[in-house]
Design a protein around this ligand. Structure first.
Ligand code: AMP
Length: 282
């Protein structure tokens, strides 16, 4: 497995790989890899000849009061997992190598990125779409694999790739959970044992909501959201957002909605956790 640290080096590698007819897949990550990330690497392995995992804690997608400085950086752990799971290349640049001091060009998706995390974290998606566009230009992939864990991010990136004609297939892989239901996340490391127990309310209330909605259809949405709110607040979860949206457009669900996205962001203590479930109506 090769490791590249600079934009120039990875781009030279990708150009050479493309010239020799290799199909490249990338898996963009911020590192601190867990089995959710590994499932993306396995999917990428199925879809391409050369799998590049990018490990980059992207300063542009963090707000001034967010956890950029303390975000876990564990490169040796990430390197071992990439190697053991079939990645061919890690691209792990330093922030200075990705952003010039006078960087002044941004990529902004202006529709799907407005609500949910976009409303709570101003500038977040602009940072995400900008870095993903840069990573596409540096790694020249045929396919890029993202996780359903970040459902809104996946939709925003798919829209960006379509709107800007990136010749990149956007693949969205299923959300991976711990056996007790907790969605795997690098930020789970911030949770105490007691907080981790309380955090189970996210997935458990989503599972219950999904089952209830399959009985009631879209009519049941207000009742189901109220029940979730109650369950989450009962364990002192602080709800940032909790919504039932059309899974493709992220507009409010309507009676005709066929595919619903139940999506939430909740603080357990100081840690903001995301989770979601799709519900298909017959
Ligand atoms: P991150 O390192 O948190 O930026 O995540 C990198 C990629 O891994 C994103 O596409 C995430 O959606 C995906 N990912 C993170 N956690 C999970 C999970 N539990 N299951 C599936 N994909 C995940």
């Amino acid at each position: 497995m090769e490791i590249f640290r600079t934009a120039e080096a990875i781009q030279q590698f990708a150009l050479a790989a493309n010239r020799s007819g290799k199909r490249i897949a990338i898996v963009p990550t911020m590192g601190c890899l867990h089995p959710g990330h590994l499932s993306l690497i396995h999917r990428a392995r199925e879809l391409a000849d050369t799998v590049i995992v990018t490990v980059f804690v992207n300063p542009a997608q963090f707000g001034p009061n967010e956890d950029f400085a303390r975000y876990p950086r564990v490169f040796e752990h990430d390197r071992e997992l990439c190697e053991a799971n079939g990645a061919d290349v890690i691209f792990a640049p330093a922030p200075e190598d990705m952003y010039n001091d006078d960087h002044s060009t941004w990529v902004e998706e202006a529709e799907l990125s407005r609500g949910l995390c976009g409303a709570s974290r101003p500038g977040h998606f602009r940072g995400v779409t900008t870095v993903v566009a840069k990573l596409f230009n540096l790694t020249l992939p045929a396919v890029a694999v993202f996780g359903q864990k970040d459902a809104q991010q996946a939709l925003v990136i798919r829209r960006m790739a379509r709107d800007l004609n990136f010749p990149v297939q956007i693949e969205i892989a299923p959300l991976v959970r711990d056996p007790d239901g907790l969605a795997l996340s690098s930020r789970n490391r911030y949770l105490s044992e007691e907080e981790r127990q309380r955090a189970l309310v996210l997935s458990h209330s989503l599972f219950a909501a999904r089952a209830a909605l399959q009985e009631t259809g879209a009519e049941g949405i207000p009742g189901v959201l109220a029940a979730m709110r109650h369950e989450i607040e009962r364990v002192n979860g602080c709800i940032d957002y909790l919504e039932a949206l059309d899974a493709d457009t992220l507009r409010p669900a309507r009676a005709e909605t066929k595919e619903l996205l139940l999506v939430l962001a909740v603080y357990i203590g100081a840690t903001r956790l995301l989770d979601n479930q799709r519900v298909t109506f017959a």
